[in-house]
Ligand binder design. Structure first.
Ligand code: E4P
Length: 215
Protein backbone atom coordinates (compact mmCIF):
# COMPACT_ATOMS: atom_id res chain seq x y z
CA UNK A 1 0.00 0.00 0.00
CA UNK A 2 1.33 3.43 -0.92
CA UNK A 3 1.35 6.05 1.81
CA UNK A 4 0.31 9.63 1.17
CA UNK A 5 0.22 12.37 3.77
CA UNK A 6 -3.04 14.28 4.12
CA UNK A 7 -1.82 17.80 4.85
CA UNK A 8 -0.79 21.08 3.27
CA UNK A 9 1.79 21.81 5.99
CA UNK A 10 5.29 21.88 4.52
CA UNK A 11 7.08 21.12 7.81
CA UNK A 12 4.93 18.03 8.32
CA UNK A 13 5.58 16.89 4.75
CA UNK A 14 9.34 17.47 5.17
CA UNK A 15 9.41 15.43 8.35
CA UNK A 16 7.55 12.42 6.94
CA UNK A 17 9.47 12.61 3.67
CA UNK A 18 12.71 12.33 5.68
CA UNK A 19 11.53 8.92 6.97
CA UNK A 20 11.77 7.52 3.44
CA UNK A 21 8.20 6.18 3.37
CA UNK A 22 6.24 8.93 1.63
CA UNK A 23 4.69 8.28 -1.79
CA UNK A 24 2.45 11.32 -2.27
CA UNK A 25 0.39 14.13 -0.76
CA UNK A 26 -3.30 15.02 -0.64
CA UNK A 27 -4.61 18.47 0.22
CA UNK A 28 -8.10 19.89 0.42
CA UNK A 29 -9.46 23.45 0.77
CA UNK A 30 -9.73 23.13 4.58
CA UNK A 31 -6.10 21.98 4.86
CA UNK A 32 -4.92 24.79 2.54
CA UNK A 33 -6.91 27.36 4.55
CA UNK A 34 -5.07 26.31 7.73
CA UNK A 35 -1.73 27.30 6.15
CA UNK A 36 -2.76 30.85 5.23
CA UNK A 37 -1.07 30.63 1.80
CA UNK A 38 -2.55 30.36 -1.68
CA UNK A 39 -3.02 26.95 -3.26
CA UNK A 40 -0.51 27.48 -6.07
CA UNK A 41 2.28 28.44 -3.65
CA UNK A 42 1.60 25.43 -1.42
CA UNK A 43 1.48 23.01 -4.35
CA UNK A 44 4.73 24.41 -5.79
CA UNK A 45 6.45 23.98 -2.43
CA UNK A 46 5.18 20.40 -2.08
CA UNK A 47 6.26 19.54 -5.64
CA UNK A 48 9.80 20.64 -4.84
CA UNK A 49 9.93 18.22 -1.92
CA UNK A 50 8.00 15.14 -2.99
CA UNK A 51 8.33 13.24 -6.24
CA UNK A 52 4.89 11.62 -6.26
CA UNK A 53 1.23 12.42 -6.83
CA UNK A 54 -0.06 15.64 -5.24
CA UNK A 55 -3.80 16.27 -5.04
CA UNK A 56 -5.01 19.86 -5.41
CA UNK A 57 -8.75 20.42 -5.10
CA UNK A 58 -10.90 22.50 -7.44
CA UNK A 59 -13.58 24.59 -5.72
CA UNK A 60 -15.87 25.38 -8.67
CA UNK A 61 -19.24 23.69 -8.78
CA UNK A 62 -20.03 23.51 -12.50
CA UNK A 63 -18.25 21.19 -14.90
CA UNK A 64 -16.84 23.83 -17.20
CA UNK A 65 -15.32 25.87 -14.37
CA UNK A 66 -14.02 22.68 -12.70
CA UNK A 67 -12.34 21.75 -15.98
CA UNK A 68 -10.72 25.20 -16.33
CA UNK A 69 -9.57 25.13 -12.72
CA UNK A 70 -8.25 21.60 -13.16
CA UNK A 71 -6.28 22.53 -16.30
CA UNK A 72 -4.80 25.53 -14.47
CA UNK A 73 -3.83 23.52 -11.37
CA UNK A 74 -2.39 20.65 -13.40
CA UNK A 75 -0.08 23.11 -15.17
CA UNK A 76 1.71 23.79 -11.85
CA UNK A 77 3.59 20.48 -11.98
CA UNK A 78 3.34 17.15 -13.80
CA UNK A 79 2.72 15.35 -10.46
CA UNK A 80 -0.43 17.33 -9.71
CA UNK A 81 -3.78 15.56 -9.90
CA UNK A 82 -7.10 17.32 -9.52
CA UNK A 83 -9.46 16.56 -6.69
CA UNK A 84 -13.07 16.96 -7.75
CA UNK A 85 -16.09 16.42 -5.52
CA UNK A 86 -18.42 13.55 -6.39
CA UNK A 87 -21.36 15.09 -8.24
CA UNK A 88 -22.87 15.09 -11.73
CA UNK A 89 -20.78 18.17 -12.59
CA UNK A 90 -17.74 16.48 -11.07
CA UNK A 91 -18.27 13.43 -13.28
CA UNK A 92 -18.53 15.58 -16.43
CA UNK A 93 -15.36 17.47 -15.51
CA UNK A 94 -13.58 14.18 -14.70
CA UNK A 95 -14.29 12.90 -18.20
CA UNK A 96 -13.16 16.18 -19.79
CA UNK A 97 -9.91 16.22 -17.77
CA UNK A 98 -9.35 12.51 -18.53
CA UNK A 99 -9.64 13.34 -22.23
CA UNK A 100 -6.85 15.90 -21.74
CA UNK A 101 -4.65 13.36 -19.93
CA UNK A 102 -5.13 15.03 -16.52
CA UNK A 103 -5.49 12.72 -13.50
CA UNK A 104 -8.53 13.20 -11.27
CA UNK A 105 -8.92 12.15 -7.65
CA UNK A 106 -12.67 11.96 -7.07
CA UNK A 107 -13.19 13.01 -3.50
CA UNK A 108 -16.05 12.95 -0.99
CA UNK A 109 -16.91 9.41 -2.04
CA UNK A 110 -19.16 7.65 0.47
CA UNK A 111 -20.62 4.70 -1.47
CA UNK A 112 -19.56 1.97 -3.92
CA UNK A 113 -22.07 3.34 -6.41
CA UNK A 114 -20.37 6.73 -6.44
CA UNK A 115 -17.00 5.05 -6.86
CA UNK A 116 -18.26 3.00 -9.82
CA UNK A 117 -19.44 6.15 -11.60
CA UNK A 118 -16.14 7.92 -10.87
CA UNK A 119 -14.18 5.02 -12.36
CA UNK A 120 -16.46 4.95 -15.43
CA UNK A 121 -15.81 8.68 -15.94
CA UNK A 122 -12.07 8.02 -15.96
CA UNK A 123 -10.98 9.05 -12.44
CA UNK A 124 -7.40 7.96 -11.71
CA UNK A 125 -8.22 7.75 -7.98
CA UNK A 126 -11.32 7.60 -5.78
CA UNK A 127 -11.21 8.70 -2.16
CA UNK A 128 -13.75 7.01 0.10
CA UNK A 129 -13.91 8.90 3.44
CA UNK A 130 -13.63 6.15 6.03
CA UNK A 131 -13.69 8.24 9.22
CA UNK A 132 -16.63 10.37 8.17
CA UNK A 133 -18.63 7.20 7.42
CA UNK A 134 -17.71 5.75 10.82
CA UNK A 135 -18.91 9.04 12.35
CA UNK A 136 -22.46 8.40 11.11
CA UNK A 137 -22.60 4.75 12.15
CA UNK A 138 -21.45 3.06 8.94
CA UNK A 139 -18.32 0.94 8.69
CA UNK A 140 -16.21 3.06 6.35
CA UNK A 141 -13.72 0.31 5.67
CA UNK A 142 -16.50 -1.98 4.33
CA UNK A 143 -17.11 0.64 1.63
CA UNK A 144 -13.39 0.59 0.73
CA UNK A 145 -13.48 -3.21 0.47
CA UNK A 146 -16.61 -3.19 -1.70
CA UNK A 147 -15.12 -0.60 -4.06
CA UNK A 148 -11.98 -2.71 -4.40
CA UNK A 149 -14.07 -5.79 -5.28
CA UNK A 150 -16.00 -3.87 -7.94
CA UNK A 151 -12.84 -2.42 -9.51
CA UNK A 152 -11.26 -5.88 -9.48
CA UNK A 153 -14.33 -7.47 -11.14
CA UNK A 154 -14.01 -5.16 -14.12
CA UNK A 155 -10.26 -4.49 -14.19
CA UNK A 156 -10.65 -0.75 -13.66
CA UNK A 157 -7.31 1.06 -13.44
CA UNK A 158 -8.78 3.50 -10.90
CA UNK A 159 -6.96 3.29 -7.59
CA UNK A 160 -8.62 3.47 -4.18
CA UNK A 161 -7.29 5.98 -1.66
CA UNK A 162 -8.53 5.22 1.85
CA UNK A 163 -9.14 8.77 3.13
CA UNK A 164 -10.44 10.43 6.29
CA UNK A 165 -8.16 8.17 8.31
CA UNK A 166 -8.63 8.79 12.03
CA UNK A 167 -6.33 6.32 13.82
CA UNK A 168 -3.56 3.77 13.17
CA UNK A 169 -6.04 0.87 13.09
CA UNK A 170 -7.70 2.42 10.02
CA UNK A 171 -4.32 2.20 8.26
CA UNK A 172 -3.74 -1.50 8.93
CA UNK A 173 -7.39 -2.22 8.07
CA UNK A 174 -6.96 -0.35 4.77
CA UNK A 175 -3.88 -2.45 4.01
CA UNK A 176 -5.73 -5.67 4.96
CA UNK A 177 -8.57 -5.02 2.55
CA UNK A 178 -6.03 -4.12 -0.16
CA UNK A 179 -6.48 -0.36 -0.56
CA UNK A 180 -3.93 0.85 -3.11
CA UNK A 181 -3.17 3.97 -1.06
CA UNK A 182 -3.97 5.42 2.36
CA UNK A 183 -3.76 9.16 2.87
CA UNK A 184 -2.85 9.73 6.48
CA UNK A 185 -2.61 12.81 8.71
CA UNK A 186 0.80 13.63 10.21
CA UNK A 187 -0.27 12.88 13.81
CA UNK A 188 -1.41 9.38 12.86
CA UNK A 189 1.79 8.62 10.94
CA UNK A 190 3.71 9.48 14.12
CA UNK A 191 1.40 7.27 16.20
CA UNK A 192 2.02 4.37 13.80
CA UNK A 193 5.73 4.37 14.70
CA UNK A 194 5.24 4.11 18.45
CA UNK A 195 4.73 1.07 20.60
CA UNK A 196 5.25 1.05 24.38
CA UNK A 197 6.96 -2.36 24.17
CA UNK A 198 9.46 -0.94 21.66
CA UNK A 199 10.31 1.96 24.02
CA UNK A 200 10.57 -0.45 26.95
CA UNK A 201 12.84 -2.77 24.91
CA UNK A 202 15.19 0.03 23.82
CA UNK A 203 15.47 1.25 27.43
CA UNK A 204 16.25 -2.25 28.75
CA UNK A 205 18.86 -2.98 26.04
CA UNK A 206 20.62 0.33 26.70
CA UNK A 207 20.56 -0.21 30.47
CA UNK A 208 22.12 -3.67 30.08
CA UNK A 209 24.72 -2.30 27.65
CA UNK A 210 25.70 0.41 30.16
CA UNK A 211 26.65 -2.34 32.66
CA UNK A 212 29.14 -4.04 30.35
CA UNK A 213 30.31 -1.42 27.86
CA UNK A 214 33.61 -0.76 29.68
CA UNK A 215 34.55 -4.40 30.29
C1 E4P B 1 -8.97 13.25 1.58
O1 E4P B 1 -8.19 13.35 0.67
C2 E4P B 1 -9.31 14.32 2.55
O2 E4P B 1 -8.36 15.35 2.46
C3 E4P B 1 -9.28 13.87 3.99
O3 E4P B 1 -8.84 12.54 4.13
C4 E4P B 1 -10.48 14.23 4.77
O4 E4P B 1 -10.35 13.77 6.08
P1 E4P B 1 -11.22 14.33 7.30
O5 E4P B 1 -12.52 13.61 7.31
O6 E4P B 1 -10.39 13.97 8.51
O7 E4P B 1 -11.36 15.81 7.10
Amino acid sequence: MRIFIDTANIEQIKEIHSWGILDGVTTNPSLIAKEGKDLRTVVEEIAELVDGPISAEAVSLDAEAMFEEGMELSSIHHNVNIKLPMSIEGLKATKALYNEGVDVNMTLVFSPQQALLAAKAGARYVSPFVGRLDDIGHTGMDVVAEILDIFDNYDFDTEVIAASIRHPLHVSQAASVGAHIATIPHSILRKMVSHPKTDEGIEAFLADWEKVKNL
